[in-house]
Design a protein. Structure first.
Length: 520
């Protein structure tokens, strides 16, 4: 027997083992609800066929939703993508979603957010892994309420005047800009104001904060490719350290300047400092009234990084809101009418109204509904969970989900016609108080619930309301994609189809737009 024949024996045995193993995995899906299934390749062929019909950078959960629609799959179905992933069960039923997130208190699937490291420090991931973290956290556990956020609105609105001036300049020059980038800078500015209590100058020429933010977050996309990550990681870590150092310095400066001991400009840090100076926190004992402990400072730094980066996911939502309002001028007219009735018809009257009565934002019912409808149509994607239960039950059938990834599919859930009539249409009136057809409990859940819910959802809605209120009074926006630009399915945005080419889902090409000043 030759050496080649001897070496071929273990290779052949390995191939046989792999084939047997794959066959065993595939057979587990035999009687489960699923799309057409290949006996050896699982669901790779069906997904690849669907991928060939859409732009190559489309957000992958949308491809799964297209498969769901094509084969009329039930609200519980399975995908077999072994060996790349564990078995995945997709859920688009409000009751099951509630059970997984709120009754079973399942945690997010390991590794989902770790892809944002080093932009977000590992300390933050350890923090949110604690089921009770929102109770003891020195920021989230202190005055993290809508009533507190409303107090920050006047300063947020004032900070956005630089954005309005920039839009005015682009209008004069007939310049195309990228709405997703502008919205990111606006969200970053308002989040910085809410957290630090000071302005970040995000719209200043060569802004240090926007430059540092983009340097710390842009590598996220390249690093998702395991072959590219080793080459990206060294410079990424360097940029992340710079970003974190800026946050740390800002936190220390806010503490040193907090001369009124919690009675100054409202901010998340101001509230936290007030508790720290008085008694400290159980997890972060006070050194003295005038000195930040090292652990407390590092916790506030990692929290600041997570908040600034996580909050900018709202940029995609606000971008899609502008797109949808352009496509539905009748709804835009109603929205502007509401803004005029509640806050006034020009920038100065709006700023004065928000300065004197920031709670007026709560009276913008249609604005709130527009944002909720935008989040229904363009959610941030499925939430992946690791469920502690070994089974789930639906319509009298029990499914084994041990070692499964449980995906709560917002794209599917939010477009079920039995829950949201005419589900692909933009109809914010369905979310108004007293709507004829009420929204079923737990059917709208873009911020999720239970462990891993978005703690900043109230603040996110406030920031998006402020941006819509200030911009729509003065400007009209229209998308300006090139004729040869790739186009996705119209129900997912058409030219502005959702891609996975950002920190989170984002409009294709950053949503290029042209802005025009409204006639006075």
């Amino acid at each position: 027997m030759t050496l080649g024949q001897i070496l071929a024996i273990p290779v052949a045995l390995l191939v046989v083992y792999i084939c047997i193993r794959i066959g065993s995995i595939r057979r587990q899906f035999r009687d489960l609800p699923k799309p057409p299934h290949h006996a050896f390749l699982g669901h790779f062929p069906i997904l690849l066929r669907e991928l060939r019909t859409v732009p190559r950078d489309i957000f992958l959960p949308l491809v799964v939703d297209l498969v769901r629609r094509k084969f009329d799959l039930p609200v519980v179905f399975f995908l077999d993508l072994y060996p790349l992933f564990n078995p995945i069960v997709f859920i688009s039923d409000p009751g099951l979603a509630r059970k997984v997130t709120q009754e079973d208190r399942s945690l997010r699937y390991p590794g989902v957010f770790e892809t944002l490291y080093p932009a977000i420090p590992t300390r933050w991931f350890r923090t949110v892994a604690d089921r009770a973290w929102t109770k003891w956290h020195p920021v989230v556990g202190v005055s993290f309420t809508a009533a507190h956020f409303i107090r920050m609105v006047p300063q947020m609105a004032e900070d956005l005047q630089a954005m309005l001036d920039q839009l005015n300049d682009w209008s004069d020059r007939d310049q195309i800009f990228y709405m997703e980038r502008v919205a990111t800078d606006a969200i970053l500015a308002m989040t910085g104001r809410a957290y630090f209590g000071t302005e970040l100058d995000c719209f200043a020429p060569k802004s240090q904060w926007t430059s540092a933010f983009r340097a710390a977050t842009t590598p996220v996309v390249a690093a998702r490719n395991p072959l590219r990550k080793p080459f990206v990681l060294p410079s990424w870590k360097r940029h992340a350290r710079t970003f974190h150092a800026m946050i740390r310095e800002k936190v220390q400066h806010a503490f040193d300047k907090d001369e009124d001991h919690g009675a100054g400009v409202p901010s998340l840090l101001e509230s936290s400092f007030a508790v720290y100076r008085k008694n400290g926190f159980p997890e972060f004992p006070r050194v003295s009234e005038e000195v930040l402990s090292t652990e407390y400072l590092e916790e506030l730094t990692s929290t600041g990084a997570a908040f600034l980066i996580g909050a900018t996911s709202g940029a995609s939502v606000i971008s899609y809101a502008f797109l949808l309002l352009h496509q539905h001028p009748d709804i835009l007219d109603d929205l502007r009418r509401e803004h005029g009735q509640v806050c006034g018809l020009n920038r100065q009257s709006i700023l004065l109204a928000l300065q004197s009565r920031p709670r007026l934002l709560n009276d913008l019912k249609l604005t709130h509904a527009v944002l909720k409808e935008t989040l229904r149509l363009f959610p941030m994607g499925p939430v992946l969970r690791k469920c502690p239960s070994e089974t789930i039950e639906y319509e009298g059938r029990t499914y084994d989900i041990r070692n499964h990834i449980v995906a709560i599919s917002h794209n599917s859930l939010h477009r079920r016609p039995d829950l949201f009539p005419d589900p692909d249409a933009f109809n914010p009136y369905r979310f108004l108080p007293g709507a004829v057809i009420p929204i079923p409990a737990d059917a709208w859940r873009p911020f999720e619930k239970g462990n891993g819910y978005c703690v900043g959802q109230e603040l996110a809605m406030i920031k998006m309301k402020v941006m819509l209120l200030l911009t729509l009074t003065e400007f009209d926006f229209q998308p300006k994609y090139a004729r040869k630009a790739a186009r996705g399915p119209d129900i997912y945005g058409g030219y502005a189809y959702t891609t996975g080419s950002g920190i989170g889902p984002t409009p294709a090409g950053g949503l290029p737009m042209r802005v025009d000043k409204r006639a006075k």
